[in-house]
Design a protein around this ligand. Structure first.
Ligand code: M6R
Length: 365
């Protein structure tokens, strides 16, 4: 039931504060991540020396964000691969590697095939981060962490993605802590940030009206370029996927530092550039990337917190996002991109919940 909402997608965007809270429930105390959330025997966490993440689509983008967190917090090498590639190649598995799948449905054919292949290889164990408790993926994996997002009806994944990220942050902190890579103080700080996450997401949703206005300037575009740096690069990929999927606007995403290596040639006054600006030591570098774009007449749609000193000006359409702990930025900054693609699709009159040619769960190759 869509209730007061016009589409399931919008309802699911608005549900995010609640389902993220459900994903955190019972998994963190005041001070730490509760490793019991991985099941009775969480001893495997100490043994992990490598991580292979395998998933498709939006779930793959969540995995790409997790790579930044895992290598940063736990100092453990992590690779991320789309399941349709992984399943058809010879994979080298280093000693004590965790095989981690991400899937909303738990029924994606390629992800299941990848898991079945992994079970024949010499992995430490297999862990699934999944939204559907009764799914094949959950049944066939050694360990599971459920995302608790509730049923997701819209084909475009929204709350499934942000709860996957929440579960992945919990997992990254747990591994870092068990590997003694994380001080107690740092863990308290991260867990406190996690506790504020539902409220931050709620604050981001409050920008809905402002984003709706921005979307009207966007709906006549034929192409779009999304830029990000660090863990915001996968968020740029996810923003581009959302826009393609439901508004049928051609969109690409690049790490901002790659501009000069090719995509800058595409930039002219008809090419909108969308950027989620992180508030960290990459801010100045990103600002100079944006200047490169502005100098070529590209129209900039910038999402940033107010302390970044970015604002509306000639050629820059600024939308404020809440200022949050740096670790949470990929999760909170996803919300405006979901809302932007939603409103653009509504303006264009596409079938938001059931885009052409797509199925909610890809159970055949
Ligand atoms: O159920 P899964 O998470 O395994 O699905 C993977 C992809 O098919 C899925 O994320 C797809 O990319 C979404 N439609 C994106 O919005």
């Amino acid at each position: 039931d869509k209730g007061e909402f016009r589409h399931y997608m919008l309802k699911e965007i608005y549900e995010q504060p609640k389902v993220i809270a459900a994903c955190l429930e019972g998994r963190i105390s005041e001070e730490r991540v509760l490793t019991s959330c991985f099941g009775a025997d969480s001893a495997f966490l100490k043994d992990i020396e490598n991580i292979h993440i395998v998933a498709c689509g939006t779930s793959y983008h969540a995995g790409m964000v997790a790579k930044y967190w895992i290598e940063d917090l736990a100092n453990i090498p992590c690779t991320v691969e789309v399941a349709s590639e992984y399943r058809y190649r010879k994979v080298a598995v280093p000693k004590n590697t965790l095989f981690l799948t991400l899937s909303q449905s738990g029924e994606t054919a390629d992800t299941l095939a990848a898991l079945r292949m992994a079970k024949e290889l010499d992995y430490l164990t297999t862990l699934a981060i999944c939204n559907v408790p009764s799914s094949t993926l959950v049944r066939e994996s050694d360990l599971t962490l459920l995302t608790n997002a509730g049923a997701e009806i819209g084909v475009a994944s929204t709350k499934a993605f942000t709860t996957q990220l929440t579960a992945l942050l919990i997992t990254s902190i747990a591994i870092a802590s068990e590997k003694d890579a994380l001080s107690d103080d740092k863990q308290v700080e991260l867990v406190q940030a996690l506790r504020s996450l539902p409220a931050y997401v709620d604050a981001a949703i409050k920008q809905d009206e402002a984003i709706k206005v921005v979307s009207e300037q966007f709906a006549n575009k034929h192409n779009a370029l999304f830029l990000g740096r660090g863990p915001m690069f996968p968020i740029a990929l996810e923003g581009a996927l959302k826009l393609k999927e439901i508004s049928y606007i051609h969109a690409e995403a690049y790490p901002a530092g790659e501009l000069k290596h090719g995509p800058l040639a595409l930039v002219d006054e008809d090419m909108p550039i969308i950027t989620m600006v992180p508030h960290n030591d990459m801010l100045d570098k990103l600002k100079s990337n944006l200047q490169e774009v502005a100098a070529r007449g590209g129209e900039l749609f910038v999402f940033a917190d107010r302390d970044t000193d970015l604002h509306n000006e000639e050629g820059v359409i600024f939308t404020e996002v809440p200022k949050v702990d740096e670790i949470l930025e990929p999760i909170v900054h996803t919300i405006p991109l979901q809302l932007l693609s939603y409103h653009v699709a509504v303006v264009k009159g596409t079938d938001v919940d059931q885009p052409r040619n797509l199925a909610k769960s890809v159970t055949v190759e």
